[in-house]
Design a protein around this ligand. Structure first.
Ligand code: FAD
Length: 513
């Protein structure tokens, strides 16, 4: 169900095309850009979890509503959820997640969606054994939650984490400190709250994947905002993320798109320009087609919004925020240029080495012969199939600075060499299949924020509010679990519509006035 065969894909695409053609005939006027014109009540931009959940919610409340979802991708829905086939030791191909995958037990909206669509949620099989923490050229293998950093560093780490936790929990009540916190990087705050170099390096290694950005580049306020949305920094760290959807998280999007109706989800429609008046919104996509709508919901990540032209321009705080996210993402870094890879193996050899498969690496030394200045893997973990029969590791590259690999072969060679630093080379090289996805090549990057840009998101007059007929949703605009799949659904279903003059969402249903 989650990986439609190519035949099914062709059928879906053909039916989308047929329906689109008939819609285009109904609206046979030509736009000023030479393309066809469509019209609807609500146009939703982006067919990720957020856009598709918004469409589903709207249609649940008002089945008569003319809703269109415009998606840039040519061949799929799902955005940052992506399931691809990977060959396993038994010769069969199975789907593995290359983007969003893990959920915590508190991710009630995602769990409910999975249940509604009859998908199977299972616990990640317990991976006992030692975790690996690599900082520079130091490698620590440790059991449980606590690295072997020595008593003084651990005490310092405990103090640092607790003070960040306290700050994050009280963030919304401490408005006067927002500007100050937004004026500094997370690294600066870590420096203030700790006194040992080893603590700072460890906290930096932990913070990078939590906040999708390097602590010396991201706003401290934004990091605290993300932590606050998860219930605090400690909750963010200790949240198990232990649940996975067996069919892959993208299956939720595929099912949502089916429920909404394939005639309402238009692929290959990259939004280029938005013109809004008091009465309507006009969206121009790359091909020149125009969609006129009473309201629009924009769900691309902040950084991607910076590539869209708005007429009239968005108000200054929003514009500034989007531009800041865009210029931040334009320089390569954590998650804006990440590659994820899944490697299937005949045996879980890491376990026989006494390891769990979890690796966290921060500026690890480069592997011999590599063009990259640091070790390639930032994060790795076991993603063996829920029945435990198909051993697999997932790795994510992270900190790629301005360097990149000349080709995928060179990247794979470096990733294998990095794994061989921890495990025997013959086992590492004995993978059954290696499949990767380059997130830097798609318009779905994450949106960390530099200092000075995050106040707009905390402030009630900021981007969280609609601008006239334009609504903003997506994982960046969540108020719970920012940056996650749960956040993507929450942002689209609850918050962004609440304050709209003519079109309001209360906690239970959309109301169009
Ligand atoms: C490698 C990776 C691992 C992750 N791991 C986890 C995890 O384990 N757990 C978790 O909860 N979350 C995880 N996430 C985050 C999670 O996947 C995302 O937060 C969530 O899927 C975002 O959903 P969204 O709908 O807000 O945005 P997106 O999924 O980014 O959807 C936006 C959509 O808009 C489309 N679009 C962009 N620009 C335009 C345009 N101009 N015109 C039309 N369409 C456009 C995009 O193609 C995309 O389909 C991970 C993300 C990545 C990349």
């Amino acid at each position: 169900r989650f990986l439609p065969s190519s035949h099914t894909c062709q059928l879906i695409l053909a039916s989308l095309f047929a329906v689109y053609s008939s819609l285009a005939k109904d609206f046979s006027q030509m736009s000023a850009f030479g393309g066809a014109q469509l019209s609807c009540d609500v146009a939703i931009v982006g067919a990720g979890l957020s856009g598709l959940s918004a469409a589903q919610r709207l249609l649940q409340a008002r089945p008569d509503l003319r809703v269109l979802v415009l998606e840039a991708a040519e061949d799929r829905v799902g955005g940052r959820t992506l399931t691809k086939p990977v060959r396993c030791a038994d010769g069969e191909s199975r789907g593995w997640c290359f983007g969003g995958s893990h959920m915590a037990k508190s991710h009630s909206r995602m769990l409910q969606l999975a249940k509604d669509f009859g998908l199977t949620v299972s616990e990640q099989p317990e991976s006992a054994g030692k975790n690996i923490l690599e900082i520079g050229d130091t490698i620590d293998r440790y059991e449980g939650e606590t690295p072997n950093l020595g008593t003084l560093t651990l005490l310092d780490l405990d103090k640092g984490i607790k003070s960040l936790d306290k700050l994050s929990k009280t963030l919304m009540e401490s408005r006067p400190s927002w500007t100050n916190l937004d004026g500094m990087t997370l690294s600066k705050k870590i420096e203030k709250e700790t006194w040992r170099q080893a603590t700072r390096q460890c906290l930096t290694a932990i913070a990078e994947p939590c906040f999708d950005g390097e602590p010396d580049r991201i706003s401290c306020l934004q990091a605290l905002r993300i932590a606050n949305s998860a219930g605090g920094f400690l909750a963010l760290l200790s949240d198990g993320s232990e649940l996975r959807i067996e069919e892959g998280a993208q299956a939720v999007c595929t099912a949502l798109a089916e429920r909404i109706g394939s005639d309402r989800v238009l692929l290959s429609r990259e939004l280029m320009q938005v013109s809004a008046t008091e009465d309507e919104v006009r969206l121009t996509v790359r091909s020149g087609e125009e969609v006129t709508a009473s309201y629009a919901v924009l769900t691309p990540p902040l950084a991607v919004l910076s590539r869209i032209r708005f007429s009239p321009e968005l108000p200054a705080p929003k514009r500034g925020l989007i531009e800041a996210a865009g210029s931040f993402a334009a320089s390569p870094g954590w998650m804006t240029s990440a590659v994820t890879a899944v490697l299937t193996y005949p045996t879980a050899f890491w376990r026989s080495q006494g390891c769990s498969g979890d690796i966290l690496s921060h500026l690890g030394s480069p592997v011999p012969g590599s063009a990259m200045p640091v070790a390639p893997i930032a994060l790795a973990g076991e993603v063996t199939s829920p029945d435990g029969r198909q051993p697999a590791l997932m790795v994510a590259t992270g900190y790629t600075t301005e360097h990149s690999w000349p080709n995928a072969e060179a990247r794979r060679a470096d990733i294998l060499s990095h794994l061989a630093r921890f495990f025997p080379r013959p086992e590492v090289d004995g993978y059954v299949d290696y499949v990767e996805h380059d997130w830097g090549a798609s318009p779905t990057g994450a949106s960390p924020l530099p200092p000075g840009a995050a106040v707009g998101l905390c402030d009630s007059t900021g981007l969280l509010q609609p601008t006239g007929r334009l609504h903003f949703a997506g994982a960046d605009f969540a108020t719970e679990w920012i940056g996650t799949m749960e956040g993507a659904v929450q942002s689209a279903r609850e918050r962004p519509m609440r304050c709209c003059g003519g079109w309001r969402l209360d906690s239970e249903q959309y109301k169009i006035h």
